[in-house]
Design a protein around this ligand. Structure first.
Ligand SMILES: [Zn+2]
Ligand SMILES: [Zn+2]
Ligand SMILES: [Zn+2]
Ligand SMILES: [Zn+2]
Ligand SMILES: [Zn+2]
Ligand SMILES: [Zn+2]
Length: 256
């Protein structure tokens, strides 16, 4: 007797489910030209991904975001584990990231005890980066070097904003040089980054197509683009609290 393999499995063989989305997803390879944005981390999406099977639906996830652990222990928050939430905590439409001070509306690593939130992209920032206009590597710090020192403030070496002491910075101690982790971390004076992009094809099987530098660049770009929309959402949703918020937290005046 010829043995038959059950055929059930071949139906929809490429569709998978993710708890963040109500429709089935399929494997998808995002090309650079498409300017896709991941619905989970809200960053630029190139390479291995999952896409909603419904043609009218834009839902997309990096493979790496699809696979994010539901809980993580992060060096920046050692007292408690962080839980992956698939949307902002407390039914809000946005949250503010404790690393970069920018809004997020997608996935978030969250500590409910401390009301601590991290963009999933910020949670995976490299611990050191190189930038072309600085001769030393910059090290990721989870607060500014001025934290706890009343006599000093810390100023971003790129934009010269004062960085609130609890935000993360990329820092060179030798030179006392430091920047915000996203908007100012990537050296922007590059006319083109074509070389770096061409090489990425070979590495895509790892699901992590981006180098630290391009990751930060895309973090910067995507979050800037979404910032306006998020502000709008926040204004609409938090109109009643907005005034109070500003009074309570005068440090948060660096939205853009
Ligand atoms: Zn993602
Ligand atoms: Zn969908
Ligand atoms: Zn962030
Ligand atoms: Zn905590
Ligand atoms: Zn700056
Ligand atoms: Zn230096």
């Amino acid at each position: 007797m010829a043995s038959r393999k059950p055929k059930v499995k071949s139906i929809n063989r490429q569709s998978v489910r993710h708890p963040s989305h109500s429709h089935p997803l399929r494997v998808f390879k995002a090309k650079e030209d498409d300017e896709n944005v991941c619905s989970g981390c809200e960053l630029e999406l190139i390479g291995q991904a999952f896409k909603c099977t419904k043609s009218e639906c834009d839902y997309l996830l990096h493979k790496s975001c699809f696979d994010l652990p539901g809980e993580t222990h992060h060096k920046s928050h050692q007292d408690h584990p962080l839980t992956l939430l698939l949307s902002p905590p407390n039914d809000e439409s946005v949250y503010t990231c404790n690393a970069c001070d920018q809004y997020g509306s997608g996935f978030v690593y969250h500590c409910s005890n401390c009301k601590y939130n991290l963009h999933v992209g910020c949670a995976s920032l490299p611990e050191a980066i190189e930038r072309e206009d600085h001769e030393h590597p910059l090290i990721l710090l989870y607060s500014t070097p001025s934290k706890g020192r009343e006599d000093t403030i810390f100023t971003c070496s790129t934009c010269e904003d004062t960085i609130p002491e609890d935000l993360w910075v990329y820092y060179c101690k030798d030179c006392d040089y430091g920047t915000y982790v996203n908007s100012c971390a990537a050296y922007e004076d590059q006319e083109s980054n074509g070389e770096e992009e061409e090489e990425e094809d070979e590495e895509e099987d790892e699901g992590e197509a981006s180098s630290p530098a391009s990751r930060i660049k895309s973090l910067m770009k995507a979050q800037d683009e979404m910032a306006a929309m998020k502000l709008e959402a926040r204004i609409m949703n938090d109109a009643r609290n907005a005034a109070l918020d500003l009074w309570d937290q005068p440090k948060r005046r660096y939205y853009w």
